[in-house]
Design a protein around this ligand. Sequence first.
Ligand SMILES: [Zn+2]
Length: 429
Amino acid sequence: MNRALQSGAGASQRRRRRLRAWLVIAPTAVAGLVLAGTLSSCRRENYVPQTGSLALLDVPTIRVRITPAGITQADLSTTGGYRLFADGRCVLDSGGPLGKAALRRQGGLWRLGNLSIPGWQLVIAPTDGVLRCGLTAYRGSLRMIPIGADGFAVVNHVDLESYLAGVLPRELYPSWSPQTYHALAIAARTFALYNMRYAAASRDYDVGDDQGWQVYGGFSAETGKSRQAVSRSRGVVLAFGPPGGERIFLPQYSACCGGVVNGAAVIRDVADIPPLRGGQKCQDCHTCPRYRWPTLRVGKGEIAQALCSVYPAAGSLGGVATIRVASTTPYGRAVWLDVVGKNGQAMRLRAEDLRLALLRNGASNGKGLASMNCRIRDVGDAMEFSEGRGFGHGVGLCQWGAQGKAEAGWSGEEILRFYYPGATMFRVY
Ligand SMILES: [Zn+2]
């Protein structure tokens, strides 16, 4: 139990009720997002029983996309009995396990081993035990979403607490402190709930399973430490706002801030709220191998290519002539860049977006640009990134810094209060 939860049980309960109500009924100020949430939840009307769950009652189900979109085959198996549902209708109830079988979609039919199943969306739900997709075991069920003619994506429907038990070991080292796990369990739960609430209406999933979201390894990834951190913080989330009007926010976190916590508004167009404003000095991440990193040069051709992959407008620049830093934070991190084209025109973009473009589409050196907390200089055919600090966007909780604080005796709640100042903790289920 954290201190915020212990102080004034009656008031705390009332706040919890209000926050719970907000989670169901979003504020009118974000009417567009209310619609998104409503449409999104309508898609969950086909009830499929959850099995192998860590949680008991009142825990929401999260939809995690565990494969890229448009795969053409997935190898499925189960350790016990299972049911198959096509568009919500049970088409097979097997008392025994499913041996490894290839799932494909051909000509509007699902083919699972020797079975042919007509239907649009296919769900496999174990009646006991867990199921595997490829080499990874998952709790909950798997929903197959058709994409294009013969492609599909696999989405794991799993209760939020089990999901978190499969996230923490992929985000933190096994040897790290239970207090670091505790802090991240609460931040990660809030991150997931925020995405569940505001998932785009067009999406059949709430989050992906990679670094663009939170890395998730299913049941296979769970450890005793991760299960314990999840169960001890069950239902607790971060919120911010005036008393009685608190709302969850997107509590971003990164590997290593490099010395100063970054502000969310530096990397995204978001409201500037105290928990995500940044600016705290964080020396506890100095043990991170990338607390300081060596000078890196990235060819302008590689930069142009990576930018064009993400921003078609960059093609009109005719190549990159240079990059100028248009603005920085008070602690020296680039915020906006002007990418000057060979045609003399300039394109303004966030420094963090250049890093992400290189990370996802860079040819070689650019993928190694650890953060934008660095000096940026034109050296002829390349741009030079020197005096580099930290790894990742640096917003919110710094994982290496959190571990340093835990080793110094900080509790999980104290760590959260440092990285998200002004935030309150609530138990929402
Ligand atoms: Zn740090």
